[in-house]
Design a protein around this ligand. Structure first.
Ligand SMILES: [Zn+2]
Length: 314
């Protein structure tokens, strides 16, 4: 049974709606059960992929993140793929578009003992010490890559950035439990637009914004949580637990004070005392009315920073 196909078929009659001369091609956003049915076609393969990755030193897990990011985005919005292959937005109803991104914080462990910029790496799921004697460290620095040029030049077509994250519950080689989160950032959000314009106009090197999950720039774009799931892997399949599901949720995730720099805290409250920072910060956050995202300016960034020379490992 293919729910998505059924959904398209049953919506064919509704397709001939015209807007600004364009025909809207869109299906109904899926139900929770339909979403989980498709979601599990991916996560049910994870346990085996992890075993094979460990046995053969490959990175098979989780696999196809870009494709699945687009599928889940399409299920949630009802917009269909554009088959644009990177030269246009991922999903569209013929009139407006969404861009879908997936970021994975299950990354290889690293040890700094490598030469140049090339650190030694080990699979997330292996339990070994580095040959230099140190423990490998778990990192989570993957980002959503957002094309600022497209976001600025074709802003009138853009509805939402659908940004998705897979995180491990524990940073440990035997972790078999993960969290999936899906947020929307409004393509017309003033702050987020400013962030894209800054990258597009000021960087000579790249149009790509590297948006870090749970960062200052993330919260400043007024993200709204739509889906959060717990994924527990078993030897045969996966168990999915609903943590949050509300495709109509318009409540913005409030920017936590922990992402702020001292000068930003002072902008919010100039009576902030730098002594006992932790305690004062907690009190300030508790008593602060509103969302810091609405008060703080875009950070000045060195967009042309040289990332250094990377070298091939073998
Ligand atoms: Zn090492």
């Amino acid at each position: 049974m293919n729910h998505f196909k059924d959904n398209i078929e049953s919506n064919k009659q509704n397709k001939s709606v015209k807007e600004k001369g364009n025909i809207i091609k869109q299906v109904k956003p899926c139900s929770y059960d339909e979403f989980i049915f498709e979601f599990k076609t991916w996560t049910d393969t994870w346990y085996r992929k992890i075993q094979l990755s460990v046995d053969r030193n490959l990175s098979l897990f989780p696999g196809n993140t870009g494709d699945y990011g687009e599928l889940f985005g399409s299920l949630i919005t009802g917009k269909l793929g554009t088959q644009s292959g990177g030269s246009g937005f991922d999903l569209s109803n013929g009139v407006t578009a969404d861009e879908a991104k997936m970021c994975i914080w299950v990354q290889p462990q690293k040890c700094k003992c490598g030469t140049d910029k090339q650190q030694k790496t080990l699979s997330f799921f292996k339990n070994e010490k580095c040959e230099c004697g140190r423990d490998f460290k778990y990192v989570h620095d993957s980002r959503w890559g957002i094309d600022s040029k497209a976001g600025v030049e074709y802003n009138d077509l853009l509805d939402n950035y659908i940004i998705q994250l897979i995180e491990p519950v524990k940073y440990s080689h035997d972790n078999m439990e993960f969290i999936y989160s899906c947020y929307f950032i409004d393509g017309k959000d003033k702050n987020f637009h400013e962030y894209l314009v800054n990258q597009n106009e000021k960087s000579n090197k790249s149009n790509n914004c590297n948006l870090v999950p749970y960062s200052f720039d993330f919260y400043r774009g007024h993200p709204k949580l739509k889906v959060r799931l717990n994924i527990i892997l078993t030897e045969n399949d996966s168990i999915i637990e609903k943590v949050f599901w509300n495709l109509n949720n318009e409540k913005v995730e409030k920017m936590p004070f922990s992402v702020l720099k001292q000068n930003e805290i002072l902008l919010l409250d100039n009576s902030f005392k730098v002594v006992n920072i932790k305690e004062n910060l907690m009190n300030l956050e508790k008593n602060f009315n509103g969302n810091p995202a609405d008060f703080l300016p875009l950070r000045n960034k060195n967009l042309d920073k040289d990332r250094g020379v990377t070298s091939r490992k073998i």
